[in-house]
Write a protein that binds this ligand. Sequence first.
Ligand code: ACO
Length: 328
Amino acid sequence: MFRTHVAGVGSYLPEKILTNYDLEKMVDTSHDWIVQRTGIEKRHVVADDEGCSDLCVKAAQRALVDAKMTIDQIDLILVATVSPDYKMPATACLVQAKLGAKNIMAFDLNAACSGFIYGLFVADQFIKTGAYKHILVIGAENLTRLLNYKDRDTCILFGDGAGAFVVSQAPDTEKNYLMTAHAHAEGAYAELLWAKGGGTRHPFTQQVLDEGGHFMQMRGKEIFKNATRTMAACCREALEATHIAPEQLDWIVPHQANMRITEAVAGQFNFPMEKIVSTVHETGNTSAASIPIAFDMAYKDGRIKRGQLILLTAFGAGLTSGSAILRF
Ligand code: ACO
């Protein structure tokens, strides 16, 4: 068996910024309310001509540079997203063409905010078994196009962006590797967070559009409770699987949904907040992109260093959840 080594990391945030003060002019909300309830101060928003695949390409190119690799070395492109360019084909195929990759496997994975951990889990299987040597795992979202800017419950929370890892095959003696990954789903709670119109169950009709059924809808309090419950359980699972004590971790990079969710999870393990990477104040919730974006920001500003022990954990629509521990 081989081991999965994170060879390179990159991310991209669109230039345009939407602040809480901008939102005050759009819905009945306030900067103070949003900061107090979520920790979010601003979020990045795609340009009119930017699609999810464009975000992927920029993050992937940066990850390839970091890995000192070229696209022709990549064997598989995996894009985790709930906001693809099109219903079909997969955004990963568009990314493959835009990056000029050879005729390699490319597919999308929909696990909402847990998508990047699901992606790492899947990539790890291909690498451990020797099927592939180098895989681009990308988390990317264009969520602001799924938001109803008349619904203050949701439109304040989300932003756009992408993050990517190049993961590579390493010998089973490699010290810096993905030590464990876990992924779960509780489909019985699917209705707590969904966009129910525009699929095949409720295809686009004038009624769907008039009722805003194509926008994301969320039951915030239930999501909050389930997020803290499942993320804590997933952290516990990864720690137990590796026999690592919380105090041995250098960093935790949680899904960036809400500062209060992060604090509640950290509190269950007595993780000091200084060990937790938080970017939610400047990115909002970027769903599948949030972990690789936060990871990359902390790596590029020197907080995360090679050789450190890092726990990732996420929760999202589905309800999906997951965790991973890697020595970077
Ligand atoms: N601005 C101002 N007031 C608001 C807003 C807003 N944007 N939204 C709701 N309110 C009001 C409510 O109407 C309510 O008013 P009332 O007391 O007069 O009835 C009051 O604020 C309190 O509302 P609550 O819903 O009780 O607020 P809560 O403290 O639960 O916070 C929030 C709401 C921030 C959405 C919280 O429930 C939350 O963070 N949930 C998790 C959401 C999340 O992270 N989702 C994504 C995770 S999964 C994924 O990442 C895909």
